[in-house]
Design a protein around this ligand. Structure first.
Ligand code: UDP
Length: 381
């Protein structure tokens, strides 16, 4: 089976990192088409996955756009749609991995008569998308032969927004647990580089964006013991530069300059997570899945996650991690302080976290599941 994957982004967010793992087994019979150039292309090439940049033109559909803007941008997209449809004829399936890829993929699927698969990495709810964009996404997605939702939460929101239940399957993101085993020497070395050798380090791993809630963690940090510190790993991937400035101002205002480090976008996530004593996930809106939560668990770290969306399918509060109310810095600071003081209980939870993450999110098992979905689709043809 030959697969034509489509993704709008040149930068590696969670959906793109997930796509690398899905495309790898098909690398001798697939192509990943991107709508922008960037470091995501490099990552695909490093993994020997064939990749082609399909356009250099920016696609204007934004999360909050209205119908007129949406339709105006469609007319600009005609050359891209034609190109995708032409390439698609060489493949058995079009696999759209992002929303703009869905728009192009759905029209190209119609023109090329190739079935469309849509990997839904979003929660199509009002807190994430405008009414117009939800309507466009659901209408196009309903034309797909198969939708793979990244969590039950994403599936439920899709159906709630008018999506067809009978075409949706759920597949969580998969991970290779071996990549999250880091040597003690490496951990000591990074701690020294950070200058946090004797500190309690809380790690936050996410692009810098208001809904990822880095500001909630900074506010909570001010209320936790003096020896707790924070590393913020990630950059503003989608132009949210104002938020970075605000975070720096917040840190200065709270006098936390010596306790917070901004590390920017990094590719050594397992190493950096292994250095941490605790991983915090603080999204203020429901997280569709939450790769960072699973990654923290695979590193054998206690994870505090915001109780909404996919996070609640990964973490069982008090058993393999902690769930806190989103947007509540006070509650977060109390749980952090509890982790600092109740070391044995926290360690036990972290051990459970690793065991459950290995059992539930194995990349090989999940890839087999996706492969079965795709073969079932091919059989129906
Ligand atoms: N990540 C990364 N470098 C960074 C920050 C984050 O590689 O500097 C990775 C992180 O390890 C995770 C992904 O980006 O695998 C983010 O996925 P998640 O599902 O947590 O959020 P999304 O970006 O999809 O909203």
């Amino acid at each position: 089976m030959k697969i034509f994957f489509l993704d709008q982004s040149g930068k590696p967010g969670g959906a793109e990192l997930c796509l690398i793992d899905i495309a790898k087994p098909y690398r001798d019979r697939c192509l990943v088409g991107l709508f922008a150039d960037g470091s995501f292309r490099d990552l695909l090439e490093q993994n020997q996955i064939p990749v082609q940049i399909l356009t250099n033109q920016e696609i204007q559909v934004r999360k909050e756009s209205n119908l007129t803007q949406g339709l105006a941008s469609l007319t600009q997209l005609a050359p891209l749609i034609t190109k995708v449809a032409t390439i698609a004829r060489e493949y058995d399936i079009i696999y759209a991995n992002t929303q703009k890829a869905l728009v192009i993929g759905a029209l190209a699927s119609f023109l090329s008569r190739r079935p469309l698969v849509y990997h839904l990495h979003d929660i199509l709810s009002p807190e994430h998308f405008s009414k117009t964009n939800r309507a466009i996404a659901v209408n196009l997605a309903n034309r797909a032969s198969l939708i793979i939702a990244n969590s039950q939460a994403s599936k439920a929101a899709f159906i709630e927004a008018g999506g067809k239940a009978n075409i949706v399957e759920v597949a969580y993101n998969g991970f290779d647990s071996n990549l999250y085993q880091i040597s003690a020497d490496k951990i000591t070395q990074i701690r020294q580089e950070l200058g946090f050798t004797d500190k309690f380090i809380i790690g936050h791993f996410s692009r810098l964006s208001p809904w990822k809630g880095q500001h909630i963690l900074i506010e909570a940090l001010a209320k936790t013991p003096e020896n707790t510190t924070v590393i913020l790993v990630g950059d503003a991937l989608f132009g949210e530069q104002d938020y970075i400035l605000k975070l720096h101002q917040q840190v200065a205002k709270l006098g936390l300059e010596n306790r917070v480090k901004f590390l920017g976008f990094r590719t050594d996530i397992p190493e950096l997570m292994s250095v941490c004593d605790l991983i915090a996930h603080t999204s203020t809106a429901a997280e569709p899945f939450g790769r960072v939560i699973v990654e923290g668990m695979l590193c054998g770290k206690p994870v505090i996650a915001a109780k909404a969306g996919g996070a609640t399918e990964i973490v069982e509060d008090g058993i393999n991690g902690f769930l806190v109310t989103p947007n509540q810095p006070q509650e977060l600071s109390e749980v952090i302080t509890q982790c600092v003081t109740e070391i044995d209980k926290t360690k036990m939870l972290a051990t459970n976290a690793r065991i459950s993450a290995i059992a539930r999110f194995d990349v090989e098992v999940i890839n087999r599941q996706i492969d079965e979905f795709l073969y079932r689709l091919a059989d129906k043809k």
